[in-house]
Design a protein around this ligand. Structure first.
Ligand code: ATP
Length: 247
């Protein structure tokens, strides 16, 4: 569970102060899939970076799983981030010279898992996104949608409780965007809490909650029409992400 209360974030340069977040209040519950929309510059990425313990804030209170983040030093914030949070970005951020297996391995090495445990996690997470047979391929040999699925596998291999996604479909055409969205919905149905920033209103309505950010504040909050479904029969294929068998 993630709770932000009256968060204030100011960016200061020599000549200008930008109030990126002010009185930002939000509670995200375990199992939520929250889509965050709002105009450019409204503070969406700033919120996500604070939620992901990548940035600090000036005022307010932020609790992550009962831990008061404002009182943690850099080392303990990094430890919490590594344990609890996975990130995916618009630009995939894969390492071009490493094959898929080794890309997914990078954050696992930071976590200190032994070789055997890492291998198991890498194979499982690539299986989950339907790319297990492409492990030895380089990112450049994949489509954009497939590369984003590798980035999702990399984020999930550490079994994070929270998956934070900043415009994960921003570089994809609409078919690939929907395929990545379907994968995120499957992952959420399997228990991972997701917060996704998106400019795509059609994708946002598929999340279980929508929040709209304006001028550094949450201006609207809606439960989405879409509901979570259990998918005990989810399977992954080499051509696509894990999909639920329709009964
Ligand atoms: N490192 C920084 N230094 C100074 N100002 C910043 C920095 N990062 C963000 N800002 C400013 O903070 C405000 C909020 O930015 P943020 O990136 O959170 O908005 P956003 O809603 O994610 O925008 P977009 O949809 O265009 O990505 C903007 O005015 C931005 O210019």
């Amino acid at each position: 569970m993630l709770t932000m209360t009256d968060i204030k974030k100011v960016y200061r340069t020599d000549s200008i102060e930008t109030h990126a977040l002010r009185d930002f209040n939000l509670q995200v519950n375990e199992g939520d899939f929250v889509a965050v929309t709002g105009p450019s510059g409204s503070g969406k990425t700033t919120f996500l970076n604070i939620a992901g313990l990548l940035e600090t804030f000036e005022e307010g209170r932020f609790e992550l799983d009962g831990v008061d983040i404002s009182h943690q030093n850099d080392a303990s914030r990094s430890r919490l981030r590594n344990q609890k949070i996975g990130f995916i970005f618009q630009s995939f951020n894969l390492i071009p010279d490493l094959n898929l297996f080794d890309n997914v391995d990078v954050p696992l090495r930071y976590r200190g898992f032994n070789r055997q445990e890492r291998k198991k996690r890498i194979e499982n997470s690539l299986e989950m996104v339907g790319l297990a047979k492409r492990m030895k391929h380089l990112p450049a040999q994949l489509s954009g949608g497939q590369q984003q699925r590798v980035a999702i596998a990399r984020a999930l291999a550490g079994e994070p409780r929270f998956l934070l996604a900043d415009e994960p479909t921003g570089n994809l055409d609409s078919n690939m965007a929907q395929s990545v969205m379907s994968l995120l919905k499957d992952i959420n149905a399997n228990g991972t809490t997701i917060i996704m920033v998106t400019h795509d209103a059609g994708l946002a309505t598929q999340a279980t909650r929508n929040i709209h950010v304006r001028d550094g504040k949450v201006s609207e909050m809606n439960e989405s029409l879409s509901t979570k479904v259990d998918m005990p029969n989810a399977v992954a294929t080499d051509n696509g992400p894990a999909v639920a068998l329709v009964k």
